[in-house]
Design a protein around this ligand. Structure first.
Ligand code: TRP
Length: 330
């Protein structure tokens, strides 16, 4: 047993190359948690099946995401990094948990209602069971802490209730009630200066993009809409370029931008150039590591397979305990 504080579990759908929003909102936190916890990070490809129209890119997206996680600093010798479908016990636990899940609870979830609105032509059984599968993810590894965005709060609450129902129903304590750890990070706004950064809106900057692409994207960012001419004073408080400076630039530079923008001392073009330079400088070590990993794609898959092996060992143990608690034949 390790001396760390407990087990962290988190999952993310295989969305391919990760962008700044993914990094600042989740991955960075995954990396930091490794110092204090035993971490299990899962690429949830089964969850992705509930909404995907095509699975043509699924494998490649899984690979690209794994590459980004490794380059960002997930340490596979310490942490377990794996693909959900390679640990089939999760589907078994999903079935057991489904027996203590009232239908109405699932149909009432805001996340489910939203999906029904989004994809009325594809309201499948898997979609309804999405939170049950997520509860299975978390409990299969007896996780204590789950770092997720605040949008996942209903799913975490569902998981906690399901644990209580299961343990009560079978008079056991095999399943552990996890704590949610809300990832506190200001929402990363996309290049449009309006909406959350996302791949589907194409308002994102990929971690793995080249310095040239990055600069080009930064130059296209929407700034304070009231600042039309170079001579107009701007308002950094409503400008996403300024928000990004706070992430990527030094305190002195942030201060300078804040002062000079307000009195039209610096123009948006120069301000963006400065941001692009700083962004590229801070992404450079990541990109170098990514290229190294990318030279050996089999090595990336090896990491995932090895992670799945370690995950299956934990899963097998939990399933044995769960079956015994239920009273199923050995
Ligand atoms: N539902 C999560 C999301 O959309 C992804 C996920 C699946 C997850 N299983 C999980 C997150 C387990 C945390 C723990 O972001």
């Amino acid at each position: 047993m390790s001396l760390k504080k407990g087990r962290v579990f988190s999952g993310a759908r295989p969305t391919g190359r990760q962008h700044l929003g993914n990094y600042l909102g989740a991955i960075k936190n995954y990396v930091a948690l490794q110092d204090e916890y035993d971490c299990v990070y899962c690429i949830v490809d089964l969850h992705a099946l509930t909404t995907l129209e095509t699975t043509l890119d699924l494998r490649n997206n899984t690979y690209e995401m794994a590459l980004d996680w490794l380059a960002a600093g997930i340490r596979p010798q310490e942490s377990i990094m794996f693909v959900q479908s390679q640990v089939p016990q999760v589907t078994e636990l999903h079935t057991y948990l489904s027996m203590v899940t009232p239908m109405g609870k699932l149909t009432d979830l805001p996340t489910f209602k939203e999906k029904v609105r989004e994809q009325p032509q594809n309201v499948n059984y898997g979609l309804l069971g999405y939170p049950v599968l997520m509860a299975a993810d978390i409990t299969l590894y007896k996780s204590h802490l789950v770092p997720v965005g605040v949008d996942q709060a209903p799913h975490l609450e569902f998981t906690r209730e399901t644990v209580r129902s299961f343990n009560y129903r079978y008079n056991t304590n095999v399943l552990i009630e996890p704590q949610m750890k809300v990832t506190e990070f200001p929402k990363i706004i996309g290049l449009d200066g309006q909406q959350k950064m996302s791949k589907s809106l194409n308002n994102h900057i990929e971690l793995a993009s080249t310095p040239e692409e990055t600069t080009q994207r930064v130059m296209s960012m929407v700034t304070d809409p009231a600042r039309i001419r170079r001579t107009d004073p701007g308002n950094p408080d409503v400008c996403n370029v300024y928000s990004m400076h706070k992430v990527f630039s030094s305190a002195d530079e942030v201060n300078m931008v804040n002062v000079e923008c307000r009195r039209a001392g610096i123009g948006c073009v120069d301000c963006k150039k400065m941001l692009a330079r700083n962004m590229n400088a801070s992404l450079a070590p990541f990109r170098e590591r990514r290229e190294e990993f990318a030279r050996n794609p089999d090595g990336v898959w090896d990491v995932l397979h090895e992670g799945a092996g370690r995950a299956r060992a934990i899963a097998a143990q939990t399933i044995a305990e769960v079956k015994a608690a239920i009273g199923l034949a050995e």
